[in-house]
Design a protein around this ligand. Structure first.
Ligand code: NAD
Length: 493
């Protein structure tokens, strides 16, 4: 079995401000979560550096918003092409830093590129309108214009894709942006800076400032020039950021935590459902906001589905994502393993049963310092258990039995979250009715990953405000100005 290596860095592990790498300041070490090996010491931006970044972004935005939409779009589309051309290097870096298997990392680079491509095209499709004024001799114009500087804050689970969604949409709109990647995965974000410069992005339009959430987030929330705060992260951080931005009446766009129900209807194709559910749960080792968190299974098919899931889970390859053929990698850090272990233990103490647990990574001595959690299948889970109430963020499949479809829908909605949901069944009319009954921003029917650049995605309830992707995504970074004026008349001179 061959192990891929870390690529040579084409960037420096420091803040990227006005097209320059910044020196000096506190550093933090980034490790490979599969092996514990050190990857790099990364310089964090302090509050003064973040202010400099915002001020540089203000200056750069003037010319950027005046550039034609076609020019802005071309920079984004060239970025997409460069990412795709270099996807192997980007994917190796992403796997080393985040832990996900190489094939999933390649998928994330392609997904990130698709947002640069999509918003590169959408930049030229921002339409205002001129409409009939109720008073004679007047008319009004509804114009959309860039909101200003956008503060973009992203998590560690999709550290380039979540950034790409925000960077591409905000820059397409004519905003400039200050991007704060997660503390644990700053390298893949910094790697984007020089690539966008190569694509023709003027210095200062995108500033990349790794650093502490409260420090960088605090400056972004307070600074008057930042007009939009766009966060992907936990619901708790969303609430903190919203409150911090409130005195300055900042617009917020929040993509937050989920607790997705996965409803298996009695007529579901069990082989297909098994294959899809295992893929969904092993994807990034379950550290995904839209992963299935509660699997509702009809009592009639519970034992057959459990058997198939256990067999498939036991056959998966869990290990170092830089090795070929891995289905799942480690969790992001030791604390994550402890937390996932605690909810599983608590569920077992309350009557849940572990029917499968895949510890295949234990045979590899090079992974002793890695932060792995065994993919686990739990049956006899009840709604009130923490494993069903909270977002697990690990490769745990909790099965919850139901007997009536209406009961499954009611229980699926008994959560303050409303991000994603899944419905599996053969009768599409029934699937559609169930999907409509679920309170979630996106529902995949017989589809484990319905997220695409073309499709608007955002949560409801405590899962967020606003959307990313689709034709709607760019609007998060546009504001409306109305100009109401007399209709000009032809002057005969
Ligand atoms: P997190 O909320 O801890 O961190 C997210 C980002 O916010 C990081 O960059 C962090 O440094 C920053 N941050 C932390 N405190 C801050 C503060 N006070 N002010 C400003 N920024 C601050 O989340 P995480 O652990 O990195 O990611 C996991 C969470 O993200 C999960 O809840 C997951 O569901 C959610 N998530 C949601 C989506 C979505 O699209 N809805 C996608 C991915 C992840």
């Amino acid at each position: 079995m061959s192990t891929k290596s870390l690529p040579h860095f084409w960037f420096e592990p420091r803040p990227w401000i006005d097209g320059q790498w910044q020196t000096g300041g506190e550093t933090v070490t980034v490790h490979n979560p599969a092996t514990g090996a050190k990857i790099a010491d990364v310089t964090r931006a302090d509050a003064a550096a973040v202010r400099r970044a915002i001020e540089g972004a203000v200056k750069a935005q003037r010319a950027w918003r005046e550039a034609s939409a076609v020019e802005r779009g071309n920079v984004l589309k060239r970025t997409a092409a460069l990412l795709l051309a270099r996807k192997d290097e980007f994917a190796r870096l992403l796997t080393a830093e985040q832990g996900k298997p190489y094939a999933q990392a390649v998928g994330e680079i392609e997904y990130a590129a698709s947002f640069f491509q999509w918003f590169g095209e959408e930049a030229r499709r921002v339409y205002g309108r001129i409409a009939a004024h109720p008073e004679a001799g007047r008319e009004y114009f509804v114009e959309h214009r860039a909101a200003g500087v956008a503060g973009l804050i992203t998590p560690w689970n999709f550290p380039i894709a979540q950034g790409a969604k925000k960077v591409a949409a905000s820059l397409a709109a004519g905003c400039s942006a200050v991007w704060k990647p997660a503390e644990l995965t700053p390298l893949i974000a910094l790697a984007v800076g020089p690539v966008m410069a190569e694509a023709g992005l003027p210095a200062g339009v995108l500033q990349i400032v790794p650093g502490r959430g409260s420090v960088v987030g605090g400056v972004l929330a307070e600074h008057p020039a930042v007009r939009v705060l766009s966060l992907t992260g936990s619901t708790a951080t969303g609430s903190t950021l919203m409150a911090a931005g409130a005195p300055g009446i900042k617009r917020v766009s929040l993509e937050l935590g989920g607790n997705a129900p996965f409803i298996v209807l009695p007529d579901a194709d069990l082989d297909f459902t098994t294959e899809q559910l295992i893929r969904l749960k092993l994807f990034v080792s379950g550290q995904v906001c839209v992963t299935a968190n509660r699997v509702f299974v009809h009592a009639d098919i519970e034992s057959a589905l459990t058997e198939k899931l256990a067999a498939k889970l036991n056959a998966a390859h869990v290990g170092n994502g830089l090795e070929d053929g891995m289905d799942a990698g480690p969790l992001i850090h030791r604390q994550a393993c402890t937390e996932v272990g605690a909810v599983v233990d608590q569920a077992v103490a309350q009557g849940a049963r572990i029917v499968a647990q895949n510890r295949s990574y234990e045979s590899d001595d090079t992974l002793r310092a890695g932060t792995f959690f065994p993919p686990t299948l739990l049956t006899c889970v009840r709604d009130e258990m923490k494993v069903a109430r909270d977002e697990i963020f690990g490769p745990v499949i909790p099965l919850l039995r139901y007997t009536r479809v209406s009961e499954a829908v009611r229980r699926a909605n008994e959560t303050p979250h409303g991000l994603a949901a899944y419905v599996y069944g053969r009768d599409l009319a029934q699937c559609h009715a169930v999907a409509r009954g679920i309170e979630a921003g996106i529902v995949g029917v017989n589809e484990w990953r319905p997220l695409k650049a073309e499709i608007p995605f955002g949560g409801i309830k405590q899962s967020g405000i606003g959307v990313e992707g689709g034709e709607e995504g760019i609007r998060e970074f546009l504001e409306i100005q109305v100009i109401s004026m007399p209709k000009p008349l032809i002057q005969d001179s």
